[in-house]
Design a protein around this ligand. Structure first.
Ligand code: CA
Length: 366
């Protein structure tokens, strides 16, 4: 679109606003708004994902591309993968301090700084993507999340969900809780704490190190994401058994975080474009995950001859009790954590009944 037509659109919008408002006070406000519509905002987004990481980094790039089209180039976001501009685990600080305007990641990466943020990602035996959606948008979860991020000068938007992850890759079968004893498994965050409490030996390790560690026997087991990303990492060549479900990450939510000062400087139409695009990309990421995971699972079973096994019910039941103890212990030690934990629990208990009578009951007979 050329400059003349941009000018015409700006003039047209101004006329519309003037016609709608009438009064001189609103007219001067809208005149300022109309002037703002000509300004181009050049922003940067940093992510926690490796460059070209399928679906996750792609989603961040899609957000930037869609926003550029919808804003007619007025909001131009340049996207950087983890490590390109700032290290992956410094995304929160970089956006908080305003050295960049936006970030994409998952709130549990900031557990060291904001432990209660983990509830906005995923917690062991917590809610799935459906439940998270209901809690965040309908049940007050997003409002609480924004309140938690406010002191860091950040405003978060949900932007993606992995869906239920897989339980992980093991080189020995898990037939009882006793088989977890001493098991060296790459499993981060709260899931790792639960695993440790259940007798396991959680190991911290980045995605790039997992394959070699498992293949060489430095670790006995690992979790990663789901069939699609696990197959790409070649984990089927390093372990015999692939277990489900991912009790430790039942629906990991991603976030778009925006520096609040930068956000407040945007005209309302660009703010709305960000909000609506984040929600659309959220849906895109979740849909892509479900589609690619189902395809990759078939490939793993039919072409790669992977033995896909369900964790025994008594192992899951024991881990669930251990998970509740772990969360209660964290809550007892941290008032902020406790507050979000209680809000999360209150919603998820009520939602649980509905979920059992709708989705679960129906799925059991499909
Ligand atoms: Ca994972």
């Amino acid at each position: 679109m050329n400059k003349k037509s941009i000018f015409n659109i700006a003039g047209f919008i101004m006329l519309l606003v003037l016609a709608a408002c009438g009064g001189s006070e609103s007219a001067s406000t809208s005149a300022t708004g109309a002037l703002d519509t000509g300004k181009v905002y050049k922003w940067k987004m940093v992510t926690t994902w490796p460059a070209n990481f399928p679906i996750f980094q792609e989603g961040a790039q899609k957000f930037a591309d869609d926003v550029r089209v919808m804003s007619n180039g007025r909001l131009d976001v340049q996207v950087f993968a983890g490590g390109e501009l700032v290290p992956a685990l410094q995304v929160f600080d970089a956006v908080s301090q305003g050295s960049v305007e936006m970030g994409h990641g998952s709130p549990y990466y900031w557990a060291g700084k904001v432990p209660e943020a983990q509830f906005f990602s995923s917690v062991p035996f917590g809610m799935t993507a459906r439940g998270m959606n209901a809690w965040l948008y309908g049940g007050g979860g997003l409002k609480l999340w924004r309140e938690i991020y406010r002191p860091f000068n950040l405003i978060p938007f949900p932007m993606g969900n992995t869906g239920i992850q897989m339980g992980g890759w093991f080189n020995k079968k898990i037939e009882s809780v006793a088989d977890i004893e001493g098991l060296r498994m790459r499993i981060p965050g709260l899931g790792g704490k639960v695993f440790k409490r259940a007798g396991g030996n959680p190991v911290l390790m980045s995605g790039g190190e997992i394959y070699t560690a498992l293949e060489r026997g430095t670790i006995d087991a690992t979790e990663w994401v789901g069939p699609f990303h696990d197959l790409r990492l070649g984990l089927n060549r390093a372990a015999k058994y692939y277990y489900y479900p991912g009790w430790h990450e039942p629906g990991t939510e991603f976030e778009l975080m925006v520096n609040l000062t930068a956000w407040n400087e945007l005209p309302p139409d660009l703010q709305k474009i960000i909000e609506v695009t984040a929600r659309a990309v959220s849906e895109w990421i979740y849909g892509e995950m479900e589609f690619h995971n189902s395809e990759a699972l078939q490939q793993l079973q039919q072409q790669k001859n992977v033995e896909v096994l369900e964790f025994p019910a008594d192992v899951l039941a024991a881990l669930k009790i251990t998970a509740a103890e772990t969360l209660q212990e964290e809550a007892a030690a941290n008032a902020k954590f406790k507050r979000v934990y209680e809000a999360y629990q209150a919603f998820s208990q009520g939602y649980g009944d509905w979920s059992r009578m709708s989705e679960q009951s129906y799925q059991a007979f499909r």
